[in-house]
Ligand binder design. Structure first.
Ligand code: ADP
Length: 500
């Protein structure tokens, strides 16, 4: 009988499910986009029930495509958009509010007050994170403070909190298991990454009841079984990991110094730093990469809030392109950016700048600037932001990258990959299968059910790759970077004023 590992890949814009066969090859894929809700500028929400519904829908569809039933599924691994916060009723399972998405800036001012109160250092030491609206903690507080009765109900033990992995595990097990993994917990700004516990002091400062928080487990772990009613029989859930950490695993970055960048809605550069956390002085995040058995591995991370999302903006708001992939040909249709630079700071800027009040800026427009230049500037902006993070990471980790491994939707863009390699002046290595996030969590799930170590799994996966080598002249690279830095200064200047 054929056996598969099911990877549930719950992303920011879509829910995906991939069934990987014994050789680690995708045997079927199903995907569904879901609604993005923007109640106010800078605010982003999802309907948590729609997330659950779409994730189950694609799981069943992926099985249906190849006629698989529950006997054929060895294990489920869950990987997910991180930080996004759901709070729900323990009894009815109904969310008390929409999921507040990682991109949402609604708690930026509250974070400012924590910073003003001198909390930054202690939060960073404990959680590895800078105080920012990006992480779950202040999103939880917002819900408790703004949904009538929520705070009281939380303290009375009626509500549960979860990031999306927890929300899916809870629903898959019909409310029997309330758990998360180390990698997801390390993104809440509530988890002590050294002691590996929910930090009692932080919970006390923020007045968050511990009873709403999930149990924290290794990433590769038997979380429980999916309820038989869902797939016709029980299926063990044996892995959970945040999407970026899963991608790091999927790229086989098992050793300290190995790094990858994912170009999805946002951009995420992660470098494995081994068994000890490396603390950043300059705006990188220290995070847990994964936990296997009793061992926890750490990573340094630079998070770019808007990467592929800027392309979506060209498509959905400006209507300059019909499809994201059109951006490649359009950018190639012009020789250069014609002096146009775009800083897509729609929701502020993440690493390495961390300015929540920045907003998108297009500079250098002349009468001759046209659609092609704007599209090109948008793709270039993704590479410039990545360049800035790469440089900072090299400096902080004291390691020079020899290759950048890449994945994610926008990594399919040839122009972007070549431009990226030209900017950072190292080869960019793109696997043929760009579903590395799903592969990563499938490998984690497989580790729990198969008697073999990492290496064998990896060898099985031997992925075909395309490598982009730097060809741009250094003078040109420097000139472009100067332009980008000038554009960035304009954006940061704008951020100093009051947003209208
Ligand atoms: P997520 O997992 O964050 O939902 P994906 O990895 O699926 O994201 O990537 C989707 C993003 O990639 C979208 O923002 C989309 O605009 C962008 N994208 C997809 N294909 C291309 C392409 N060929 N060129 C540029 N951007 C692309």
């Amino acid at each position: 009988m054929r056996k598969y590992i099911m990877a549930m890949d719950q992303g920011t814009t879509s829910s995906r499910c991939i069934l990987f066969d014994e050789q680690g090859k995708p045997a079927s894929i199903a995907q569904k986009e879901f609604r993005q809700i923007y109640p106010k500028p800078g605010w982003v929400e999802h309907d948590a029930m729609e997330i659950w519904g779409s994730q189950m829908g694609v799981a069943q569809e992926a099985m249906h495509q190849i006629g698989a039933n529950f006997h054929n599924i060895k294990a489920i691994g869950i990987t997910n958009q991180r930080e996004t916060t759901v709070i729900w009723d323990k009894i009815t399972g109904e969310p008390v509010y929409n999921a507040i998405v990682w991109q949402c800036r609604r708690t930026a001012e509250f974070c400012d007050s924590l910073i003003k109160n001198g909390m930054s250092e202690s939060f960073r030491k404990k959680t590895g994170l800078p105080i920012d609206a990006y992480f779950s903690a202040t999103k939880i507080l917002w819900i408790l403070d703004h949904v009538p009765g929520a705070r009281k109900r939380a303290w009375e033990g009626e509500l549960l909190f979860g990031t999306i992995d927890t929300w899916l595990i809870w629903n898959l097990t019909k409310g029997r298991v309330h758990a998360t993994d180390y990698s997801n917990a390390s993104r809440t700004m509530l988890f002590n990454i050294n002691d590996r516990v929910w930090d009692p002091e932080i919970l006390n400062v923020l007045k968050i009841p511990q009873s709403i928080l999930p149990e924290v487990k290794p990433s590769c772990y038997f979380f429980g079984e999916a309820d038989p009613l869902l797939f016709g029989g029980p299926i063990p859930i044996t892995a959970a990991a945040g999407d970026q950490q899963a991608a790091l695993f999927g790229h086989d970055c098992f050793e300290a110094g190995m790094a990858k960048n994912t170009y999805g809605t946002g951009g995420f550069l992660l470098m494995n730093t081994g068994k000890t956390p490396v603390y950043s002085q300059k705006g990188l995040i220290t995070t847990i990469a994964w936990g296997i058995d009793n061992q926890v591995y750490y990573a340094l991370e630079g998070s770019i809030f808007v990467a592929g999302a800027a392309i979506q903006w060209l498509r959905d708001e400006l209507k300059l392109i019909e499809d994201a992939k059109d951006s490649e040909k359009i950018a190639q249709a012009t020789e250069d950016n014609n002096g146009v630079y775009f800083v897509p700071a729609f929701v502020g800027l993440g690493a390495p700048y961390w300015t929540p009040y920045a907003r998108g800026t297009i500079v250098g427009l002349t009468r001759g600037a046209n659609r092609n230049h704007i599209v090109r500037a948008t793709l270039e902006s993704i590479a410039y932001q990545t360049y800035d993070v790469v440089k900072m990471m090299e400096e902080e980790a004291g390691i020079k990258l020899s290759v950048l491994k890449v994945d994610g939707g926008a990594a399919a863009n040839e122009f972007l990959m070549q431009f990226q390699s030209d900017l950072i002046r190292v080869p960019v290595e793109r696997p043929k299968n760009t579903e590395i996030t799903a592969l990563g969590v499938a490998n984690l799930a497989r580790l729990a059910v198969e008697e073999q170590g990492n290496k064998e799994i990896v060898n099985k996966n031997q992925i075909e790759k395309k490598i982009f080598y730097p060809v741009m002249k250094p003078e040109r690279q420097e000139c472009l970077l100067k332009g980008w830095n000038r554009a960035l200064r304009c954006t940061l200047e704008w951020a100093k004023g009051e947003n209208p």
